[in-house]
Design a protein around this ligand. Structure first.
Ligand code: UTP
Length: 297
């Protein structure tokens, strides 16, 4: 990679989302809102901030809401235009910048994150690309705030070091069994070279407390490795298994992202993210604070 710009970003959104059933029976969990924006909007804004112009959604045949969300909403838009509600019209039309295109790829069966990423191969082709798991919301202020989003930070490191980059975060020791954990050697304050990765280790055997979270910058070499990866835990093709194989061939870095991560794949994480955004909201921030204080008593 020579420039820090990532043109293509993959959004795997074909998981079953069982932790949010029954809501996720018909909508992907990435459509769940944090305040007034679905999770996928935060993720798309982050990808665009990193320079993406091609967004690849790996979806399944049951959940059409994401495609509809980024499509033109003719009836709604014409009603808002006729009634002069220009602010709302701008919101509806602003889900995607004009220069950005969406490509939808189907994952026929939920065979795991690795398999979902592999489904994007024909669209990604032969260039480095980003992967965002939208249920991990990483917030470093609005993209307009001047602070780079997580993926932009990572793509700059990937370009500078000509390496794959995985986002990591320090987690409490007792939580290592929920994550892929890296064994790494620090290069700088935020960057470390990965020696190996251990999937969901018990706290007493975990090589560190640096957990892999939902952002990846990967070279296209990962696709052939995914093709050779046999199903692992739960019969799923694991992305971390292919990255483990990539490590044998080239350097892969762990990057401690600047920003706050909310694990919105579970209920408490979604509530935390919602409260965080509500407290920052100019219209309801004060009232939300009052509400929280009243609950304390
Ligand atoms: P998760 O491990 O969070 O699984 O997937 P899940 O099915 O979405 O949710 P739960 O655990 O049942 O509640 C991590 C990411 O990988 C995607 C998901 O959409 C999510 O963004 N994924 C997972 C796929 O696209 N396809 C798969 O086969 C599995």
């Amino acid at each position: 990679m020579t420039s820090g710009r990532l043109r293509k970003v993959v959004f795997p959104v074909a998981g079953l989302g069982t932790r949010f059933l029954p809501a996720t029976k018909v909508v992907a969990k990435e459509m769940l809102p944090v305040l007034d924006r679905p999770l996928i909007q935060y993720a798309v804004d982050e990808a665009v901030d990193a320079g993406a112009d091609t967004l690849i959604f790996v979806t399944n045949r049951y959940k059409h809401a994401i495609a509809d969300y980024f499509d033109k909403a003719y009836e709604l838009e014409s009603k808002l235009a006729k009634s002069g509600k220009n602010d709302l019209l701008a919101l509806v039309q602003g889900t995607l910048p004009k220069h950005v295109r969406c490509v939808f790829v189907t994952q026929p069966e939920a065979l795991g994150l690795g398999h979902a990423v592999l489904c994007a191969k024909p669209v990604v082709g032969d260039e480095p690309f980003g992967v965002i798991l939208a249920d991990d919301l990483i917030w470093n202020g609005n993209p307009g705030s001047g602070r780079p989003g997580a993926l932009r930070q990572m793509s700059e490191v990937a370009a500078r070091e000509s390496a794959g980059v995985l986002a990591v975060e320090e987690v409490p020791r007792e939580d290592t069994r929920k994550y892929g954990i890296v064994d790494s050697e620090a290069i700088s304050e935020r960057v470390a070279r990965i020696r190996k990765m251990v999937e969901k280790p018990e706290p007493d055997v975990a090589p560190s407390n640096l957990a892999i979270v939902g952002r990846y910058v990967l070279p296209s070499d990962i696709f052939s490795l995914l093709e050779q990866t046999s199903p692992g835990a739960g019969g799923e093709i694991q992305l971390t298994d292919a990255i483990e194989a990539l490590l044998q061939k080239q350097s892969v870095l762990a990057y401690r992202v600047e920003g706050t991560r909310f694990d919105c794949g579970n209920k408490l994480g979604l509530v935390k993210a919602t409260l965080h955004m509500a407290l920052q909201d100019p219209q309801i921030g004060q009232e939300t604070l009052k509400l929280l204080r009243s609950l304390e008593q």
